[in-house]
Design a protein around this ligand. Structure first.
Ligand code: UDP
Ligand code: MN
Length: 666
């Protein structure tokens, strides 16, 4: 009997152990699963400095993945949308530190991510008045400002913003702005439907230390109509616009107001720091960056050095930097000047395009846009948009862009319409921009060519003295390559000139013919080795199918100085591999690529020449010729065709290149 009891006990223990073990394994696997999603989420979407804004392009899967991340448990309920789970924990997120959501909340965290396209559970743990570091340089901290700066109305528009995020924006404005400079805060609700944004918000703003008023759009209209409504009610000397998911850091306001005090024709932006959409950490970005647009008019940051044009002392690191483009969400402008310059294009709906329009308009009509390195404001950058787009995302966006392009870009409007997916020349017929054209007339604004040449001389757009089109490999087999070679052979005195300008002219004569002969399937175009790699990194070059117009991977702009540029400020660069890498690669008999696509800069490594006689493209400094070679990739051992720079040999068929123009203006 005793023995049996012992046995039973053992069995019982074993059973318990197995049960426990099974549970343990289950817990581990769940945890692994969650953290696998987590680690995917945690990938840095926005390269630290410089940050990206306005890079949401509906054609980059945003529509397809519209729901955002973490939709693993089906759709949200009405309760989910309306619940306010703000529960601050003391010290959480202090000094801009990241927040770690406890494991037990991870599933909920995933589920709620898509509500705002950021991790609301992280935000809901952070107090509204969390501390941030002082992100200014020593020079900026030491800077003293005039006693009598203009005062400002801060205007924040929102559509379905999260409670804790919106209120942290407001709190940071109140806590980090000198009281006498902050006249009022104006909130504009763009027809949100979350219940906590109704009475609860109205009650909350009544007791704030700064007069705060809330206006509501009657129906969903978008950020432009909402900001216009806010501006209409503002009484400050200056209008300061902020997104509804920002945190102002110490000393953010004075430099902005001081600059407008100096010159009322300056639209001034802060440095936009990054608040992580995942863990809400605050990351400072470079001070010396500036912005502009790519061929599809998406906003892009650039970080090459620019002259500070605003003070006599160009070494003054606190002086603002002139920027051809503005991100759009965060800026200050003299209130009266805002209206003198035509405020906003009120027919721009929902989101997008207004920053393009304002950038062109302010510059072309006599104003300036600058970034103050001393003003730091954090902004939550998201990788997808959480909103609905009444009228369709692509339709709304392209209509806004078509308006901006039609009014301000002169000849270049055709270029944008031809090479932006979703747009075409007919886009112009669909927009009525009579009012805005009248404004341009009234303000006597300068042409777009002036903007490109004077305000954005580094630009990578086509121009009358540049080549725009494809670079095809002259294998001598297709009709197009044959016609091209023949034309070049018969040029009188062709060997005498190695001037790109001369080449462009000769090609221009035959542009129509070459264009009509190109066979997108048989002709081979110079292009990046990989599709869809981030534009900012180094990319090897190859030849491949010549793509359709909507894709711009194989389209190049060549300047008279011999820079070979493509979209997004990327240039063909001679870049020999470092010694160490070279040895390693040689041992493995692998690709030794010395030609890359990288960020454009005025450098000898990016200067090329063209020999019309031999149709070779060579690197000016080393005199090495662009050559197509088969080589083994060091990483995956696949044989690939790459384009490199090698000793020139005029008989070598792999070194012959033709320039086939593409249309870009009417
Ligand atoms: N917004 C709005 N109505 C809209 C879309 C956006 O009021 O239909 C607001 C939004 O709440 C935010 C600002 O406009 O405060 C800018 O939008 P968002 O932050 O989505 O743009 P992003 O920063 O991603 O470019
Ligand atoms: Mn925003």
């Amino acid at each position: 009997m005793g023995l049996r009891f012992q046995q039973l006990k053992k069995l019982w223990l074993l059973y318990l152990f197995l049960l426990f073990f099974a549970f343990f394994m289950f817990a581990i696997s769940i945890n692994l699963y969650v953290s696998s999603i987590q680690s995917y989420d945690a990938e840095p979407r926005h390269p630290k400095p410089p940050p990206k804004r306005r890079s949401l392009w509906p054609y980059k899967n945003i529509v397809a993945h519209y729901i955002g991340k973490g939709d693993i448990f089906g759709n949200m309920t009405a309760d989910d949308y309306n619940i306010n789970q703000f529960e601050p924990k003391q010290g959480e997120g202090a000094d801009g530190r990241p927040v770690i959501v406890p494991p037990r909340d991870r599933f909920r965290m995933q589920r709620f991510f898509k509500l705002n396209s950021f991790n609301i559970l992280a935000s809901d743990r952070i107090p509204l008045n969390r501390t941030l570091k002082d992100y200014r340089t020593g020079e900026c901290r030491d800077k003293r400002y005039a006693n009598s700066l203009p005062n400002t109305s801060v205007i924040i528009v929102f559509h379905n913003e999260a409670w804790s995020v919106l209120l942290r924006t407001i709190t940071s404005v109140i806590n980090r702005s000198p009281r006498h400079l902050l006249r009022e805060i104006i909130l504009v609700d763009d027809a949100s439907n979350r219940s906590f944004l109704k009475r609860q918000l109205e009650a909350y703003i009544q007791v704030l230390a700064v007069p705060t008023r809330l206006y509501r759009m009657k129906e969903r209209s978008g950020l432009v109509p909402a900001r216009l409504l806010g501006a209409q009610h503002a009484r400050g000397d200056v209008l300061t616009f902020l997104d509804a998911h920002c945190e102002c850091s110490r000393g953010w306001l004075e430099p902005l107001l001081a600059r407008i005090g100096e010159s009322r024709e300056v639209v001034i932006c802060p440095v936009i720091d990054i608040i992580s959409d995942d863990n809400f950490s605050y990351t400072k970005t470079f001070e010396n960056h500036w912005g502009a647009f790519n061929w599809q008019l998406s906003f892009r940051w650039f970080s090459s050095d620019r002259k500070r044009q605003t003070t006599a002392n160009t070494k003054d690191s606190t002086a603002p930097i002139a920027t051809p483009g503005m991100a759009g969400g965060l800026f200050a402008i003299d209130r009266k000047y805002f209206y003198e310059m035509g405020a906003y294009d009120s027919d721009m709906r929902i989101w997008g395009g207004e920053n393009v329009e304002m950038s062109f308009r302010i510059w072309q009509c006599g104003g300036r846009i600058e970034i103050s390195p001393c003003s730091h404001v954090g902004h939550i950058f998201r990788s997808s948009t959480p909103y609905t787009f009444p009228g369709g995302m692509s339709e709304v966006l392209t209509a806004n862009l078509a308006r901006a392009a039609t009014v301000w870009m002169d000849d270049w409007q055709y270029f944008v319409m031809l090479y932006t997916a979703g747009l075409s020349l007919s886009a112009r017929d669909k927009v009525n921009v009579t009012d805005r054209l009248a404004l341009r007339e009234k303000l006597q604004c300068k042409p777009f060519s002036w903007y490109l040449e004077t305000i954005w001389p580094e630009h990578f757009f086509p121009a009358p003295d540049r080549f725009f089109g494809r670079i095809i490999w002259l294998d001598g087999e297709t009709e197009c390559t044959q016609a091209y070679s023949k034309h070049m052979k018969n040029l009188p005195g062709r060997a005498l000139s190695r001037e790109w300008k001369r080449a462009f002219e000769e090609i221009d004569h035959k542009a129509e013919e070459f264009m009509s002969l190109i066979d997108l399937e048989r002709d081979k175009c110079l292009r990046p080795l990989h599709d869809n790699v981030p534009r900012s990194s180094l990319q090897p070059v190859t030849v491949g199918d010549c793509t359709s117009h909507a894709q711009t991977m194989d389209m190049f702009v060549i300047t008279p100085k011999g820079q070979i540029m493509t979209n997004d400020n990327v240039c063909l660069t001679y870049r020999p591999p470092k010694q160490g890498a070279l040895k390693l690669l040689r041992n493995r008999n692998a690709t030794i690529s010395n030609v890359m696509l990288t960020q454009c800069a005025i450098e000898p490594s990016q200067q090329w020449t063209y020999d019309m006689d031999t149709q070779q493209i060579s690197h000016r400094e080393t005199k090495l010729c662009l050559t197509l070679k088969s080589a083994t990739n060091a990483r995956n051992h696949k044989v690939e065709k790459v384009v490199l720079s090698m000793e020139c040999n005029f008989k070598d068929i792999t070194q012959k290149w033709g320039l086939i123009p593409l249309p870009w203006r009417m």
